[in-house]
Write a protein of this length. Sequence first.
Length: 258
Amino acid sequence: MKKYVLDLTVSAAEHINDKYVLLKLTHNEPLPQMLPGQFVEVRVDGSSTTFLRRPISINFVDYQANELWLLVAAIGDGTRALARLKAGDTLNCMLPLGNSFTIPENKNAKVLLVGGGVGVAPLLNFGKVLNDNGIRPIFLLGARSAKDILLIDEFKKYGEVCVTTEDGTEGEKGFVTNHSVLQRIRFDQISTCGPKPMMVAVARYAHSEGIFCEASLENKMACGVGACLCCVEGTKKGNLCVCKEGPVFNVNDLSWQI
Ligand code: FES
């Protein structure tokens, strides 16, 4: 897929809470096509300690409004600088990068999308694309507490939303793999993105049930195009660059203990 380096304009910077900002970006030309699961490498201006671009998942693309959404967790100098952006600012983005989630051919397929933390971001766009393909997924979102559940009203537009919180302040108490939806529905596909322990637990469940499962990895990245090798993941097919061969992998190909 052709990659672009574009100066996008911030149309809105919505502060969801003290840690997360939703950046809505637009361009004076139509945005290029982007696949669900792909990501963007953004250049961080205004941080004296951040020299490398930062990988951010594509949260949502609205081609009609010509808008790209990036959900940013402000956890380091670079992402804190991104969180300071305001409407009218410019953000230089290289996109679209990486591979994509699998869209089942069978329109009756039962698809579960499991996200945790900022890892929920790419699942919104994937859920929208599944809807466009006639499939309404179920979202299973896990978090520590109710305040950490992000964009729930957006997710509800594209499927049933199930929630677990570790403290029980929203949804079912516990971890995503304890949620009752796993007893209620026999899924054909599970796609997951979030903290590694969560994804490993989801992969283990899927493997034990013989369900096709893919995970979007969040390894540290620099170049984003397979040149620096800093994102390498050991897999059963050898060492692969998450930025180029991923970020989405069939969990059975990973060297995880599942
Ligand atoms: Fe440089 Fe993947 S980030 S090779």
